[in-house]
Design a protein around this ligand. Sequence first.
Ligand code: COA
Length: 258
Amino acid sequence: MTSEIHVDPSGGVLTITMARPDKKNALTNEMYGALADTIEQAEQDRSIRVLLLQGDGDIFTAGNDVGEFAAMAAGKGPSERHVHRFLRALANSTVPVVAAVNGKAVGVGTTMLLHCDHVLLAQDAQLTTPFVNLALVPEAASTYLLPLRIGHVRAYEMFALGEPLDAQTAVAWGIANKVCANEQLRAEARRMAERLAAKPAGSLSAMKKLMRDAEKLVSQMNSESARFEERLASAEAREALSAFAEKRKPDFTKVALH
Ligand code: COA
């Protein structure tokens, strides 16, 4: 297990903390691997009744490590991309997943919430999906789940503009359950996880399977991932990723369309 994913089992609740605070919990391939292993193992381990996801420090996660995107765009990515295994594990998970989100949840930080069963947001939470700003496409079956959840025009706006959504609006739109005071977030999330852990696990698991079409989700993820790879190799993505590295605004008007 990487030291940047902390796993703490207690009272049937497995707390998973994304812990790379100096890089705003940006997720590396190794971290995705650890997350995937954890969720896959939890599916087999009857002592784990609930998963609780949270971020260390002042943010949930800044999303995928942008440096790793740049390496992939340059053809220097890892031979196995664990993000796919992580997303498949989330899509197929029948264990209840609670998320406690403080600060920013960027990219996959927001799209993973669409796979969680109970989402608590701190007052300072901000959900952002800047895939298009990076000249990429959204992932985690969010191109299917987000419009389904909040309607096409809101989802399109979130994806196309990549502007942050505040906590109250996210609850009003049905992306999250509740907004909590920042200092109450972890305690409230723990309480909810314990309530779910006390329910009949077999019943919750059967209910979740009925509520989610895991096959459809994985098939959407596969389509997104094919487009994602194409986009990553595009001139637009090269411009976006160089701009991030150089801490400047990208200029897409200079780049050809494809
Ligand atoms: N990948 C790699 N490194 C990241 C990162 C990411 N997704 N997000 C933040 N970091 C790094 C920064 O490069 C910086 O590193 P440095 O200290 O070595 O320069 C450090 O984390 C702190 O980030 P900083 O930008 O100074 O913090 P902030 O509080 O001002 O802003 C964010 C936080 C999340 C708003 C901002 O970092 C950001 O926009 N990150 C990119 C998010 C993104 O586009 N993710 C991909 C989604 S598809």
